[in-house]
Design a protein around this ligand. Sequence first.
Ligand code: FUB
Ligand code: ZN
Length: 660
Amino acid sequence: MKTILTATFLTCLCITGNAQINHGYPINPVPFTSVKVTDKFWGQRLQASREVTIPLAFNKCEETGRYENFVKAAHPSDTYKVEGLSFDDTDVYKTIEGASYSLQTYPDKKLQKYIDSVLVIVAGAQEPDGYLYTARTMNPKHPHNWAGKERWVAVENLSHEFYNLGHMVEGAVAHYQATGKRNFLDIAIKNANLLCETFGPEPGKIAVAPGHQEVELALVKLYRATGDTRYLNLSKFFLDARGKYEGYDRNSKDQFRCGAYWQDHLPVTQQDEAVGHAVRAGYMYAAMTDIAALKDDSDYLKAVDKLWNNVVGKKLYITGGVGATRHGEAFGRNYELPNSTAYCETCAAIANCMWNLRMFMLHGDSKYIDILERSLYNGVLSGLELDGSKFFYPNVLSCDKGGSLRSPWFDCSCCPSNLARFIPSVPGYVYSVSDKGMYVNLYGANTADVVLKSGTHLKVVQSTEYPWDGNIKLAVDPDKIEAFDVMLRIPGWVRNMPVGSDLYAYTDKNIPVIDIYVNGEKVDYDMQKGYAVLSRIWQKGDIVEFALPMDVHKVLANEQVEADRGYLSIERGPIVYCAEFADNNGEVMNFLMNENQKFDVQPASEMFDGVVLLKDTDARRIVSENNYTTIKEKEDTLTLIPYYARSHRGGRRNDSMVPV
Ligand code: FUB
Ligand code: ZN
């Protein structure tokens, strides 16, 4: 017998129009603007993002004085007390980024006008040479206490000057691509140019390693948007600068003093274990993957491969979340994956998706999309209230009775604004193209206009009830008859490979054969790197059909994960499940599980946003009787809900999250 794995619950872009942009990768995602979501699951989330999350984040920026910081910076005074966090500006930038994505699919003049008005105050805060950092500019004599006395002296520490610029650039590129207007892009370019003039390997310039990575991947985006190679070179320069700083005590056991906290303990090409702050790491690994691809750099390539193997082999939660400890918001030791104290910051799950998309674009292997999908449906969505109005910062895998509830905002609100920008970008993760043809990576009902590398346009219509049902129908309509490959991802959860490492394994070892039909006829296909490759001459009206078996899997963690010994986790399709008090007579910790346990699959369209429940009507739990003198097993029904849907029915709120 195994006991069940948690308490309150239990876990058991580039973007313009339709053009393909050269990412420097052999595989390019189909821009999200070319993919129109037609299903309920993602349709609801996109709508909530547009109607709730983005307006809420803008309101919070106003209400909490984030806009006012820009106004103050336009009229500095040594009477201003610089409050909040040194990266509060980024919530404004990230929300503009999300709103810009939203504008591309749902044009909205009022929203565009609102953003323009915000950009007026942002522009007002920029110093004449391009520097833009309200935490200093509003009161240069007494800047924020993380800012350092002078510009950039604390950039290797907590000033976040480069982190702010990174989010500014990402927001500005998105805004430019959405609107064609340069009012944000020019601000970001001016600031980025100041960096190019100030930092770099040339004599007289400063060499530093940014204390919070983000600017590196943003500079790559700016390079792609402008073609200016200075940005690409500066990105690599910042990455190469890591591991050289002498200010740390490398032997210190305190992670904040040893440089590992911000991945500055070794040159990036020598890093092979994911350590330190998980969001910093995720953004850095994403940027390293960009450099590996764009500069064709084999040292970078080897490093990201090793880091990926470490994360996926030893440091990944079953939810696709990363970051085991609140102390330093950081990765733990290998196999250190506690459940009730898991950190799993929402931003880290987002960073994990961003990194894994890039790894796929580089290698064309579905194992990266498996991680992306796992993080997306579980680690990321768990951070978001179903109606888009509240957020989790850490995402624990188990908690006490009553549990915790999502909050509308935090003192440190990185996660809400990250969700505001990430969710509208999700349709951009569905399809990709290479010289060979089209990859279908994520499943969900949508229509897409895919431009192959040959220039041929495909109208693709995907029909499915995924993630609840594995039947998938794909209409592929090329505008001319052409030979190419359609590569269908056969998820790891179908192929007995939950995560592409031995960190997790299913108790059942079945690998079902997937029959694929084109125009009603069963076709042969090759399996390559996790894709069923359909090579044929395609023509208008071709229909592909197949079914991904949605078995309920019981998952065992590697024995070395001490926290999971004796526990099972349950999943079906891409969804990780949990048990919550509300469905289980107020108690879930005492259920017993075994490897032969069977679950009924019960659609519950009335619950949450319409979910599928898993029920075992023959489950057993341990109860005590006679004032704890007798312990016995009792039959009961165990009900599981999707992990992402937990914490909607009571608990405590914690709005005061700040970095530790
Ligand atoms: O430091 C900026 C952001 O605040 C980090 O990415 C989050 O982990 C939070 O600490
Ligand atoms: Zn965050």
